[in-house]
Design a binder for this molecule. Structure first.
Ligand code: SF4
Length: 230
């Protein structure tokens, strides 16, 4: 049973649950993130997919015929942040799904031709907030993909959220948001506390320095390769 309140519970003694400061959840249905959950939520849940995006090549060709090749190249192909798109000579579209980062841009522009894949789930980010003790922070990807289909998947998400709030209640200083607590304590320690293994898809920010610490790199890489193989 949940240790925390659910909708409909009597919350008369809500404030007896001591936490260092507020903790916001936000849920966005897709990576467009209209809720701004990445920037504004301590716990951000964003709908995504992990199989290939769906492409209707007839609709792609109709779009190219209507808008012209230059428009498609200038506004879709070259605006893919990972260069995962290519327009073929016959006006069909090639998608390198392995390198697609699910930014939604091409899907937003070619609404009839492109749509997300069928294997849907969520990405979870922790630590977004406006300025407080440290400047504005964006959420860090903590769970790259979590399937949300069966009842137990949702229970797993709730259990994970409770672990994160426990971490927050036990480790954050007075008036400190969880992103600041993680910044102070260290991401590796946070992951250990909430029971998550390090994963290369946990993105905090694009790398800006070529000087990186390689402590335990081989060991962590071996663990990740084993998980990937499994
Ligand atoms: S969703 Fe974004 S990253 Fe993926 S192919 Fe489209 S533009 Fe590129």
């Amino acid at each position: 049973m949940s240790r925390y309140y659910k909708p409909g519970d009597n919350v008369a003694n809500y404030h007896e649950h001591k936490r260092p400061y507020k903790f916001k959840f936000k849920v966005s249905g897709c990576p467009n993130d209209c809720m701004n959950s990445v920037q504004r939520a301590d716990f951000s849940i964003i709908g995504t997919w992990r199989d290939d995006m769906k492409v209707d090549q007839d609709e792609v060709k109709a779009f190219v015929a209507q808008k012209g090749r230059k428009y498609v190249v200038d506004n879709v192909i070259t605006r893919c942040p990972t260069q995962a798109l290519s327009l073929n000579d016959d006006d069909s579209l090639a998608v390198d799904n392995r390198n697609c980062v699910r930014c939604m841009h091409c899907i937003n522009v070619m609404t009839k031709a492109l749509s997300p894949g069928d294997d849907k789930g969520v990405t979870i980010l922790i630590g977004g907030k406006r300025t407080l003790k440290i400047g504005d922070t964006m959420g860090t990807v903590i769970v790259p993909f979590m399937k949300l289909e069966k009842e137990e998947d949702y229970e797993g998400l709730q259990e994970f959220a409770e672990n994160v709030i426990d971490f927050f209640a036990e480790n954050a200083l007075e008036h400190e948001r969880i992103g600041e607590a993680i910044d102070r304590i260290g991401l590796a320690n946070f992951l250990e506390e909430v029971g998550l293994d390090v994963d290369p898809s946990m993105v905090s920010e694009p790398r800006i320095s070529s000087y990186v610490r390689m402590d335990d790199w081989d060991e962590e890489a071996d663990k990740w390769n084993e998980r990937k193989a499994a």
